[in-house]
Write a protein that binds this ligand. Structure first.
Ligand SMILES: N[C@@H](CCC(=O)N[C@@H](CS)C(=O)NCC(=O)O)C(=O)O
Length: 208
């Protein structure tokens, strides 16, 4: 049995977790989830019925991790030899921007996509404030750095990079030079290419 069972669908945030698995070198078996026919095993692992969901098979039982950002950070911890964990100096940026992407950026994108934006008097209670504030803040960081934590790629880049890459592809993120250049750096990673090749082949198969 592989170390991980990876519940995913190629057209989903599962792409983030697959890239993370390839960066970490995790030994996984994929279990494809059909939105209309979710298996009992999948729903037992994640009662939310959402992918990605990762089951880590260890000697004393199974551990379940859901939420793409948590899966990324968990894999970095389980595979320290892959060199994706932050050192002390990188730690603040690592957590800050991973959570910024999973919270404000994800919410800003979703809100814009679903066409609801907080009114100025509602911005104070909306975690992302406004789409513009969130984008300006992310642009500010990415304009002055190669990777999220500086000159070295870490697992934070898998999550933040996936968010930027996806947001640009779907035309929701503004095509700012800092976003486009960062997405290009991410796309050049061997693990990114290997993971996307698998998901793209599965998507092509589904469309036949
Ligand atoms: N907070 C979750 C969101 C996961 C999510 O919404 N996944 C979508 C696909 S991108 C899904 O599984 N949708 C199927 C459904 O809700 O039934 C994460 O970050 O992983």
């Amino acid at each position: 049995m592989a170390d991980y069972t990876f519940y995913t669908n190629p057209m989903s945030r599962g792409q983030i977790a697959r890239w993370a698995l390839h960066e970490a070198g995790g030994d996984y078996e994929q279990a494809l989830v059909d939105w209309k026919d979710k298996s009992a095993a999948f729903l037992a692992a994640n009662p939310m019925g959402k992918v990605p969901a990762l089951v880590h098979h260890v000697a004393d039982g199974d551990r379940v991790v859901t939420e793409a950002a948590a899966i990324c950070l968990y894999l970095a911890e389980m595979h320290p030899e892959a060199g994706l964990l932050p050192n002390d100096a990188e730690m603040a940026d690592y957590y800050r921007w991973t959570f910024f992407a999973a919270g404000p950026v994800e919410q800003a994108i979703t809100a814009r996509n679903l066409k609801f934006e907080p009114m100025p008097e509602q911005e104070g209670m909306a975690g992302w404030g406004s789409f513009e504030r969130t984008m300006k803040t992310l642009d500010g960081h990415l304009s002055g750095t190669t990777w999220i934590c500086g000159e070295r790629f870490t697992m934070a880049d898998v999550y933040v990079g996936s968010t930027v890459d996806w947001g640009l592809n779907f035309g929701i993120l503004p095509p700012l030079p800092s976003f486009a250049a960062y997405a290009e750096r991410c796309q050049a990673r061997a693990a990114y290419k290997a993971a996307k090749a698998i998901d793209n082949a599965l998507i092509a198969e589904m469309r036949k």
